[in-house]
Design a protein around this ligand. Structure first.
Ligand code: GDP
Length: 180
């Protein structure tokens, strides 16, 4: 099957504070790449990867803010048509966890009310030295806000594909296929 043959196309957005690892989660999942330097340029808007879920080919179209959150310049177009959202914080930075509330509000204001939500605590490789947000606290918060939850490391790949696959499985199971 070529890149252009697929059964469903699902758009998801990755949001969260600047520096939490959104771009690296995307490049780890789609290209198996990691960059130590944070890219400050406005770059690619989305990347795609074909994945298999229950014998169907899903074209996963994953949007990255490309740094626009720094200037509070994310527009409604970013969220349009998204059936899932990954809300990312950095487990070593408490403020990025507290700001998830802000990102949920963004979704309430701009996204489809049925959007599938996943909370992602990234940089789990730093847990020994500098964890600032406990797994329990985040898990509880995710459950209260009806979000799936994973802790990941884009650096050492822990749980990255598991998180994306779980999000797409959830979408596959819940989204009305006629609208895709
Ligand atoms: P974004 O602004 O949310 O897109 O974040 P980036 O993907 O640009 O990453 C910001 C910084 O955090 C960069 O210096 C990355 O190398 C680093 N980073 C991203 N993910 C991880 C991770 O899982 N572990 C560690 N230790 N550093 C990470």
């Amino acid at each position: 099957m070529s890149e252009d043959e697929y059964d469903y196309l699902f758009k998801i957005v990755i949001i969260g504070d600047s520096g939490v690892g959104k771009s690296n989660l995307l490049s780890r999942f789609t290209n198996d790449e990691f960059n130590l330097e944070s890219k400050s340029t406005i770059g690619v808007e989305f990347a795609t990867k074909n994945i298999k879920i229950k014998n169907h080919t899903i074209k996963a179209q994953i949007w990255d803010t490309s740094g626009q959150e720094r200037y509070r310049a994310i527009t409604g177009a970013y969220y349009r048509g998204a059936v899932g959202a990954l809300l990312v914080y950095d487990i070593t930075r408490q403020s990025s966890f507290q700001n998830i509330e802000h990102w949920l509000k963004e979704l309430r204001d701009h996204a489809d009310p049925n959007i599938a939500l996943m909370l992602v605590g990234n940089k789990s490789d730093l847990e020994e030295t500098s964890r600032a947000v406990s797994t329990e606290e985040a898990k509880e918060y995710a459950a209260d806000s009806k979000m799936l939850f994973f802790e990941t490391s884009a650096l050492d790949s822990t749980n990255v594909s598991q998180a994306f696959y779980t999000a797409f499985e959830e979408i596959y199971n819940t989204v009305p296929k006629s609208v895709t």
